[in-house]
Design a protein around this ligand. Structure first.
Ligand code: HEC
Length: 125
């Protein structure tokens, strides 16, 4: 029994170790460059493209009560922004009610999500 358990846990751990190694590797590459900034969107990040790929499906139509994005939709966002941009971004990261965590953009960093929220608010003026 014990060996079976061990096998399961080690095959579970392996991908995690691989991911950790990847993160470590990319971190050390970043260290080599001149400016290491913590608050940075992912390389090649494009808010409009990411929005279209991950958020548009719900936020263009207002599916499930999602605040709509687009021209003249500022009123959808005003009450939400009353709690402060950081809280709105945190809800995008963690999810809220039927809004899924990270808006289903699993390769988005927290900073990417913040940029996406800002993009959504800006395009709703
Ligand atoms: C499956 C549908 C769905 C997708 C995909 C989705 N959202 Fe949402 N989102 C919602 C719904 C529904 C709400 C309203 C939740 C509520 O307040 O009850 C919401 C609310 C929000 C809010 C407001 C949070 C607040 O504090 O009021 C933000 C910001 C947001 N989404 C960002 C995003 C971003 C960024 C993406 C893409 C990366 C995304 N959403 C993708 C459904 C979605």
């Amino acid at each position: 029994m014990l060996t079976v358990k061990k096998m399961i846990s080690s095959s579970f751990i392996k991908p995690i170790v691989a991911v950790a190694a990847l993160v470590f590797a990319s971190a050390s590459i970043a260290d080599g460059s001149q400016s290491v900034e913590l608050a940075q969107v992912s390389e090649g990040f494009n808010a409009e493209q990411k929005y279209m790929a991950s958020c548009f499906a719900c936020h263009s139509t207002g599916a499930a009560g999602a605040p709509k994005v687009g021209d003249g939709m500022a009123a959808e966002w005003e009450p939400r922004l009353e709690k402060g941009l950081d809280a709105v971004v945190a809800n995008a990261i963690n999810g809220i009610n039927t809004m899924p965590a990270k808006g289903l953009c699993f390769d988005c960093t927290d900073d990417d999500l913040k940029a996406l929220v800002e993009y959504m608010i800006e395009t709703s003026q």
